[in-house]
Design a binder for this molecule. Structure first.
Ligand code: NAD
Length: 295
């Protein structure tokens, strides 16, 4: 069993860290919010009072933070992870951040004798709680092999995407496809509504035809056809519109940097931006259909 430091005990990080404790690892947790650290200690973890205490004396340090700026701060600060972790420590960042920051921090880490993986996840809070997350991992073969048994305590599907930054690349490419396809499915159902075609009938036909996709068959944005989709519970998140917008913006930033042509991705980012502006940031991202209906 490993000694693990875990920094960022939020909606995702806390249940992930708790699953590591359940698997028998010794986990020291830190968060800027003392209340969540207290909750983690009550669930069998060890509380750290500062980043350094979670970074030092551990074989592995995992982070689950909101943005690239947070990751930069927590790793590169004078009293941050890179300053306090012992040489040989394996660093795993599970936050969803931009590819450039992931690669830059991993490079600085390598300069200090520390190996770093980017390992963003999909599966949401339910996946974090149930230990069924999908991990998309960027980094060396050796680091991936070392991390695999640890990630297995928190996830079900663990894929080595390639070198440093490719985990983040996989995450934003996947979510750009999802954002675009959710809007496309919503537009299809709205057009059907205006043309007098029943939503269930469109689902029965399209889910077996060439329009079929995950946004339709697993997460249908109209109530009825897929009973588990957020449309059946007033679009309570799930995966919030704000999170989708964050990932679509990351995809657009990356596309601009490398000169990739992504007009649909750009359009999806603009539509989600407007939706979030209506005060629906916390609503499930499939609620975009209500915005399109009213727009
Ligand atoms: P969250 O805001 O609930 O948690 C982030 C935690 O980091 C908070 O507890 C915050 O206090 C802490 N934090 C911020 N700055 C810190 C610092 N300097 N030191 C220590 N702790 C600090 O966010 P979340 O929903 O847990 O998401 C975390 C990451 O996972 C994000 O990058 C998000 O995009 C990604 N993600 C989230 C979901 C989801 O459904 N929530 C799904 C997939 C990926």
């Amino acid at each position: 069993m490993a000694r693990i430091g875990f920094i960022g005990l939020g909606n995702m990080g806390l249940p992930m860290a708790q699953n590591l404790v359940k698997a028998g690892h010794t986990v020291t947790g830190y968060d800027v919010n003392p209340a969540v650290v207290e909750g983690f200690a009550q669930a069998g973890g060890t509380a750290a009072a500062e980043i350094g205490a979670a970074a030092a004396d551990n074989a592995i340090v995992i982070t689950m933070l909101p943005t690239g700026d947070h990751v930069r701060g927590v790793y590169l600060h004078a009293e941050g992870i890179l300053a306090r972790a012992a040489p040989g420590t394996l660093l795993i960042d599970c936050s969803t951040i931009d590819v450039a920051t992931a690669r830059e921090v991993a490079e600085v880490a390598a300069g200090k004798g520390l190996t770093m993986l980017d390992a963003p996840v999909s599966g949401g809070v339910g996946g974090a709680q149930g230990g069924t997350l999908t991990f998309m991992v960027g980094g060396t073969d050796a680091a991936f092999a070392s991390a695999h048994p640890i990630l297995e305590a928190m996830g079900k599907t663990i894929v080595h995407a390639g070198g440093s930054g490719t985990g983040q690349a996989a995450k934003i490419c996947n979510n750009m496809i999802l954002g675009v396809s959710m809007i496309a499915v919503s537009e299809g159902f709205l057009l059907a509504e205006k043309l007098g075609l029943d939503a269930q009938k469109l689902f029965d036909i399209s889910s077996k035809s060439s329009g079929q996709c995950w946004a339709m068959t697993s997460y249908c944005p109209v109530p009825g056809p897929v009973p588990t989709s957020p449309a059946n519970r007033d679009y309570q998140a799930g995966f919030s519109a704000a999170m989708m917008l964050k990932d679509l913006k990351l995809a657009q930033d990356a596309a601009k940097l490398v000169g990739a042509v992504t007009p649909m991705g750009a359009g999806a980012a603009a539509v989600y931006d407007q939706y979030v502006e209506t005060g629906e940031a916390g609503r499930d991202f499939s609620g975009i259909i209500r915005f399109l209906r009213g727009a």
